[in-house]
Design a protein around this ligand. Structure first.
Ligand SMILES: O=C(O)CCC(=O)C(=O)O
Ligand SMILES: [Fe+2]
Length: 350
């Protein structure tokens, strides 16, 4: 397995909030954040796409998908076909895992130079401001990419449920990408076979503790995802995800039994900038914890990606240069999370 990044080890925020705190430690203070847009009560909401309609070749729904990927880079997916009781089990088991006593969690903590495990990602310097969250990061597919220090040591129900969830989400990801190719009027092979003959899947389970000064901390810094497609499951009731749309931060209100899906940088590259990855962030609640389960899908590291030929035309020149997935990830993980700036590194200068 190639190594594509490291992150400095940091203490647990979950442990920090076990003692009552009135003042946030300096290292977690992020003053001067853009507040969300609350000026307008009729804020547009992330589009809702019905997968069962897409699968029955509903043309209007396909246009909605196309529009969502162009204008929003985000949508909620309903009637997605993933077994609801299995999803409930994943929510329950992940919550339990993130709430294990520290003594147990230590066994799953990051070790130097490894991204997988409990901790934070994108910590690239000792004096950098930290996020108000503990996350657990793990490679889930292909099976030979699983970390033998972590995966086999999961409590048994979690291991079985994640195994099942991971394979169902891979299938769902391929179905969505196939429908995106239809919406783009290109051969599905252009996105699927070439890039996705073997998907690399990772998961990030994040525990966002409450904070007495939520406006001065951040759960995840503004970023776009490096991968091709993210499938996000909100594991409890607390909201916190916000996406940047036309310069405003818009809160996403997850629907019950829906997934929040977003386009990542790699899909933006492959579609020659037609489908867009969108900047998003996670905010913190004053009283309530929040838990999310993000599943990322990308091509294998040795693939070279670039705008797919049929989307490069005389009217629309290539917007991005070609790059090996591995080089993109190395750049992404070494820069710290900074909006969409990593894509600019490979943008063709006009
Ligand atoms: O927790 C969330 O809602 C967002 C997580 C996220 O953006 C990520 O893991 O990339
Ligand atoms: Fe993200």
């Amino acid at each position: 397995m190639s190594k594509y990044g490291t992150s400095l080890l940091v203490p647990s925020v979950h442990e920090l909030v076990k003692q009552p705190i009135t003042k946030v430690p300096d290292q977690y203070l992020h003053p001067n954040q853009d507040p969300p847009d609350i000026s307008n009560t009729t804020l547009p909401q992330v589009p809702v796409i019905d997968l069962s309609k897409l699968l029955s070749e509903d043309v209007t729904e396909l246009e909605k998908l196309d529009d969502a990927c162009k204008e929003w880079g985000f949508f909620q997916l309903i009637n997605h076909g993933v077994n609801p009781s299995m999803v409930e089990n994943v929510k329950r088991d992940v919550q339990e895992f993130l709430n294990l006593p520290m003594e147990k969690k230590k066994q799953f903590w990051q070790i130097p130079d490894e991204l997988e495990g409990f901790g934070q990602l994108f910590v690239v310097s000792e004096d950098q401001k930290l996020e108000w969250a503990d996350m657990f990061f793990i490679h889930t597919l292909p099976i030979n990419a699983r970390n033998l220090r972590l995966f086999p040591n999961f409590p048994q129900p979690l291991r079985d449920n994640i195994e099942n969830y991971s394979s169902q989400l891979k299938k769902l990801c391929l179905t969505i990408i196939e429908r995106m190719a239809m919406a783009l009027k290109i051969e599905s092979n252009e996105l699927l076979d070439y890039v996705f003959e073997d998907v690399f899947q990772t998961m990030r389970w994040t525990y966002y503790p409450p904070c007495p000064q939520p406006e001065n901390v951040i759960g995840i810094n503004p970023h776009s995802d490096a991968c091709a497609l993210t499938i996000l499951l909100q594991a409890n009731e607390t909201e916190g995800l916000q996406i940047k749309k036309d310069g405003n931060w818009i809160p996403v209100k997850p629907l019950p039994n829906a997934f929040v899906i977003n386009v990542g940088d790699i899909l933006e590259i492959l579609t020659n900038g037609i489908y867009r990855s969108i900047e998003h962030r996670a905010t913190i609640n004053k009283e309530k914890e929040r838990i999310s389960v993000a599943t990322f899908h990308r091509p294998l590291m040795n693939k070279v990606i670039g705008p797919t030929p049929s989307l490069v035309t005389s009217e629309r020149a290539a917007v991005f240069k070609r790059i090996a997935v591995e080089d993109y990830y190395k750049a992404y993980f070494s820069r710290g999370l900074k909006g969409k700036s990593c894509l600019d590194l490979i943008r063709v200068q006009k």
